[in-house]
Write a protein that binds this ligand. Sequence first.
Ligand code: CP
Ligand code: NVA
Length: 310
Amino acid sequence: MLKGKDLLSIHSLSVDEVEEILKFAEELKSKQKNGIEHKILKGKTLGMIFEKSSTRTRVSFETGMYQLGGHALFLSSKDLQLGRGEPIKDTARVLSRYLDGIMIRTFGHERVEELAKYADIPVINGLTDLLHPCQVLTDLLTIREHKGKNMVNLKMAYVGDGNNMAHSYLYGAAKVGMNISIATPDDYRPDSHIIMNAIADAEDTGAEIDIMKDPIKAVEGADIIATDTWASMGQESEHDQRKKIFAPYQVNAELLKHAKSDAIVLHCLPAYRGEEITEEIFEKNAQVIFDEAENRLHVQKAIMALTMCD
Ligand code: CP
Ligand code: NVA
């Protein structure tokens, strides 16, 4: 179903395609744990364009490609002609002549869309200012592992900045029918067009979507609580101001009293302890947070195999 397609946004995937990715990720994870090789991308090359920093995305894509029998090329925009002004549409057409797939991490989402428009090989979004689909597909797998496959009766609460993670959680929850409450300060709400798209998807799956200001109300009865940095990549100069504005949105023991007693906490990492999450809550949830980090590998192997296979 996904063969030859791009993966730019969870919103553009069908419900069945999301299920296909999660199911195949489970299969690949089990194979890897049992030492069974699956070299489905033998002879294929993935180019990985990075215009922002990364630990998890870079290492998990590169290792995943190796495990699938292929090869990954790290392409920093600092070293590419792209960084000296070569148009993205030319870069797309050149790379399509050498590679079998491209993963890109960049700033404006329109850069990924332009790359995908001009490339005739699959393009995977490794994070833009707007969306982080690979991370949220990974989080859905992690939720399945810890809370069961039926996500319809679960409630997720996201507390903090209405950023790329918040947007992708909205899309992910809407696709799998999971209820989601997002609490942000007034000026940091998720984009309204993303909310509208998620509401449209939720009409098909029955997910309830609530956007609010009150973090306590958002976490009431939640099974999963997620947060993310208050200052994303590119917003470093706003860090001090954001620290003050977001202080009431910290995920701490007091806030978690309002969630279910067996609630899990997710964090895409990197985490800033003492800011969006306390050391205590981070360490209490370290098992699930590092399962989440590990699952990047399995989910992205599934995405690469499904989009790039012959
Ligand atoms: N969560 C995540 O995308 O991590 P990196 O920025 O390290 O890739
Ligand atoms: N919102 C964060 C996510 C990092 C993985 C950022 O864009 O920097």
